[in-house]
Write a protein that binds this ligand. Structure first.
Ligand SMILES: [Zn+2]
Ligand SMILES: [Zn+2]
Length: 348
């Protein structure tokens, strides 16, 4: 028998960022695949859609009307999941049934006035304006005394439950530090206490030594498939310098962030020649008034597609009941993403 190796034998991988595990079954990725590998031609969208509630000048719910914005546009979500003005209170402390009032603010950000674009199809200058808007919003919302965490994210594609193709993202800012960043915060704190350095900073250093999971890089940022990736083509965007949030970044770093987002999302689109769906989001330091030297700014991309524009990964069965599982190794995913062109398949 050959000795244990990550490319051939089932194994569990530890997620250093959350403390959770993922089961990897690389031998199953060698199964013959009989499914179709169809390309998604996609339907061409108009630059302006009179029915779209995000296009410039159009009407929204509640009698609001969008300005005829020329670059980016932000507004309070007309159907906010969180509200700023609610009574404080809690029930059942110390009991099995515990609930607390939660204040917050939800906003929508339009990346571009153009209905037909996505981040991958926007130019780097346009993406840079989105980065600037993220920065302003993180600072504006984070400065409010009842906002302790600002989650900026994008849900892209009908498969992800996104009903409007107009390029846009969301911000949910709230009192509590929610589940995922709270787990990461604990792990990052422990690491810094024990090592005196930051968790993702140390992790990036290891990845740069082997290059096994790196997809692309520039002067300031690296995009890679994390060692512990759960989704088939999950990636993590990391800054080479220790920054806790967009607020710490230099002008040049923000340009480099825009550039690597363009390159990564273009690779994604080119993978299955489709407008690649994903949920992606920024993980920045909590805005709870404390210093967060342990926190490393990073962006997660969680795309669901597995083998084609139509075949996605499901998180069911063992994954719902035990823990996440994948067949193709993160190293193979990184290799496939690395081989792709950075010229968008649509625009040639
Ligand atoms: Zn639109
Ligand atoms: Zn994170």
């Amino acid at each position: 028998m050959t000795s244990f190796n990550l490319a051939d034998h089932p194994h569990r991988r530890y997620n250093a960022l959350t403390g959770e595990w993922v089961l990897v079954s690389p031998h199953r990725a060698k199964r013959p695949w009989q499914g179709q590998v169809e390309e998604d031609a996609g339907t061409a969208r108009p630059q302006y859609d009179p029915q779209c509630y995000l296009c410039p000048g159009n009407a929204r719910a509640g009698g609001f009307q969008n300005p005829t914005y020329a670059q980016t546009f932000v507004f309070d979500n007309d159907f906010s999941a969180l509200l700023p003005d609610i009574p404080q209170g809690e029930v059942g402390t110390g009991d099995l049934l515990i609930a607390r009032a939660e204040r917050g603010i939800c906003r929508v950000i339009c990346f571009s006035p153009r209905h037909d674009l996505t981040l991958a199809e926007m130019d780097v200058a346009g993406i840079r304006r989105v980065v600037d808007l993220w920065t302003e919003q993180y600072q504006d919302l984070g400065s409010k005394d009842f906002i302790n965490y600002v989650q900026i994210f994008e849900n892209k594609g009908a498969i992800m439950g996104c009903s409007n193709p107009h390029p846009h993202g969301q911000i949910w800012a709230q009192e509590a530090i929610p589940g995922e960043p709270a787990k990461e915060l604990q792990r990052m704190r422990d690491h810094r206490e024990q090592q005196g350095s930051t968790l993702l900073g140390d992790y990036l250093e290891k990845e740069l030594q082997t290059w096994e999971r790196i997809v692309c890089e520039n002067e300031a940022f690296v995009a890679l498939v994390p060692f512990w990736a759960v989704w088939p083509f999950e990636t993590l965007v990391l800054c080479r310098r220790h920054v806790t949030s967009l607020s710490d970044m230099t002008d040049a770093e923000k340009n480099n962030l825009a550039a690597i987002l363009k390159r990564l999302t273009t690779r994604y689109d080119n993978l299955f020649k489709t407008s690649f769906p994903y949920s992606a989001g920024l993980h920045q330091a909590p805005t709870d008034g404390q210093a967060h030297p342990e926190w490393d700014f990073h962006i997660h991309f969680y795309p669901p597609l597995l083998r084609s524009a139509a075949i996605k990964k499901f998180m069911v069965g063992y994954e719902m009941l035990s823990n996440p599982q994948r067949d193709m190794t993160p190293e193979t995913s990184a290799e496939r993403l690395r081989e792709l062109s950075e010229v968008h398949y649509k625009t040639g």
